[in-house]
Design a protein around this ligand. Structure first.
Ligand SMILES: NC(=O)C1=CN([C@@H]2O[C@H](COP(=O)(O)OP(=O)(O)OC[C@H]3O[C@@H](n4cnc5c(N)ncnc54)[C@H](O)[C@@H]3O)[C@@H](O)[C@H]2O)C=CC1
Ligand SMILES: O=C(O)[C@@H]1CCC=N1
Length: 513
């Protein structure tokens, strides 16, 4: 099992599958003709991706037979039937199966594939993978893994090595124990949505204080990118960086404290914990195509309200889920006291959000599928996750529009966002389309034969980041938001002072792996 030239297949080309497919090409790691994409109804996929050289088929077996690496990107509810359909063509001695499916364990997948000898890697990326900016968490073994035959263990190691090569080129990746993949789902895969929401909220504030919407978004997004860069390249805890911004008696601390009074940190923590609880139960509960109007993708408020029952039932599902849910419960209890005082104000905010974000009556898996696969043309103007992504694969300017369309379809938009979307559709000169393309990746300069070259390039990017970490110093002061932590005990909510310590740097972990 090596990384010599091979084809790779993406089974289930919805949102994340397409993002991965684009990322594989944008990174230069694969050429489009080495990538096989599947979907049950391939009409739209053929038009959009087939025309760019991707191999498109509805035949998962054919895709698996032609590939070495198989990335499974269907929803938890769709997983069993997919695995059952490909089990006869999976060759344990050859294939590497990478699953991004939330909540489905390596054991679950092995059982459905009918073999414990298949090298299965769980990966949890986020949609920034399209521009090779994903944080991807990988796991090949759990804490209680009992080593099998040497041959199988070797296959697992090789599969992990191949996965690391791929996902390091598609952003940054770390290897975790399998139990941490569910929490990683919340922090990393869902997490990108939380930061989108933070950017949107910042831009809404910006509009209220006088910026045009497009300027507000640009300012908010670049500011968020700057904050992330300081944390990643500088290697300091965010609170240390906050101290540098908060001039005594100044306007930053006034704003930060106001946000904390309104439960900013508490809301983020509670959202992440709730997402982790939900992620733990997604496969074991396999919610097939709910017919209600509430759906976790589209109704954050309903999702939060669901969390209590999710917690209760998830603790009875599987051993892994048990552990994860219990630990989530502990964390939640720890945070509960601190968050109580913010709850009332937070509920008011949530209630306002709900009013803004009434779920679309079509927002459920079944109708999503029907929209995608049965009548895609009906949804062109305001869609869509998959179709629009397919149509605008490597053109971030247009893709930004597709995200807006996506938001619009999923009912995530607030009023100002909706009006932008409408404006975009109607106005060919809309400012969103004119935005500078900061994400353009160079044309592929190496193919899969040169995977190490691609990896070296990614590493050099990381090294550059690490080199920027000099000049560390501690700090102290009274920040308005969040308790300082030592890297192991991340808690938020309060406004306590204390000496800041540099957090454990992402790349240090990576080196250790
Ligand atoms: N959307 C995201 O950002 C992330 C999603 N995930 C996980 O990835 C999986 C997919 O999520 P999304 O892309 O959001 O869902 P999606 O619904 O957009 O995509 C699933 C796709 O699989 C296709 N499909 C279903 N059954 C199939 C079959 N038998 N053969 C071929 N194609 C089939 C569907 O037509 C659809 O296009 C989920 O398990 C989710 O938990 C993980 C990380 C991030
Ligand atoms: O929302 C979801 O269930 C999927 C998993 C992580 C991101 N999206």
């Amino acid at each position: 099992m090596t990384t010599e030239q091979h084809s790779i297949s993406v089974l289930g080309c919805g949102n994340i599958g397409l993002s991965i497919a684009h990322g594989l090409v944008n990174s230069g790691l694969y050429k489009s003709n080495q990538i096989i994409l599947t979907k049950r109804n391939t009409e739209s996929l053929e038009k959009s991706m087939g025309s760019k050289g991707f191999q498109v088929t509805a035949d998962n077996n054919l895709a698996v037979k032609k590939s070495k690496v198989v990335i499974v990107c269907v929803t938890p509810a769709q997983l069993d039937s997919l695995l059952e359909s490909i089990r006869s063509v999976i060759n344990p001695k050859y294939h590497v199966v990478i699953s991004v499916v939330s909540g489905a364990s390596i054991d679950d997948i092995s059982v459905k594939l009918g073999s414990s000898g298949v090298a299965i890697v769980r990966a949890m990326p986020n949609t920034a993978i399209q521009y090779c900016q994903s944080m991807t968490c990988l796991a090949v073994r759990g804490t209680h893994h009992v080593a099998g035959r040497a041959e199988i263990e070797e296959r697992k190691d090789q599969a992990l090595a191949i996965s690391e090569k791929i996902f390091n080129v598609l952003g940054n990746c770390i290897v975790l124990k399998e139990e941490q993949i569910v929490p990683a789902t919340a922090l990393c895969a869902c997490g990108i949505a939380f930061f989108f929401r933070a950017i949107r909220a910042a831009s809404q504030g910006g509009i209220e204080i006088g910026f045009h919407a497009e300027d507000a978004i640009k300012i908010a997004a670049q500011t968020a990118k700057g904050a992330a860069t300081l944390v990643l390249e500088g290697g300091y805890h965010p609170e240390y960086e906050i101290d540098k911004v908060t001039t005594p008696m100044g306007c930053t601390i006034a704003g930060l404290n106001q946000m904390e009074h309104n439960g900013f940190s508490s809301a983020m923590i509670k959202g992440i914990v709730t997402s982790a609880e939900k992620a733990a139960s997604l496969y074991s509960k396999k919610q097939p195509a709910p017919s209600t109007t509430t759906h976790h993708h589209h109704a954050p408020q309903a999702h939060q309200q669901d969390s209590a029952s999710t917690t209760t039932t998830s603790t009875t599902s599987t051993a892994n889920n048990n552990t994860e849910s219990k630990s989530n419960n502990k964390r939640r209890t720890r945070n509960q006291n601190k968050s109580t005082r913010n709850q009332q104000q937070q509920q008011t905010t949530e209630s306002n959000n709900t009013q803004q974000e009434k779920p679309d009556s079509n927002n459920n898996d079944q109708s999503h599928e029907q929209q995608q696969e049965q009548a895609p043309e009906q949804h062109q103007p305001s869609t869509a996750s998959s179709e629009n992504n397919e149509q605008q694969p490597q053109q971030p300017q247009q893709q930004q529009q597709s995200h807006q369309n996506n938001n619009s379809r999923r009912g995530k938009s607030n009023n100002s966002r909706r009006s932008n979307t409408k404006k975009e559709q109607e106005d060919p000169n809309n400012p969103w389309k004119k935005q500078e393309n900061n994400h353009q990746h160079p044309a592929p300069v190496y193919d899969v034969n040169s995977v190490d070259e691609a990896l070296a390039k990614a590493r050099s990017r990381n090294t550059h980041q690490q080199n920027g970490r000099g000049n560390r110093r501690g700090g102290s002061g009274d920040g308005g938001g969040g308790r300082r932590h030592n890297g192991n005990n991340s808690r938020g909510g309060g406004g306590e002072g204390g000496r800041r310590q540099p957090h454990q740097h992402q790349h240090q972990q990576q080196e250790a792996n």
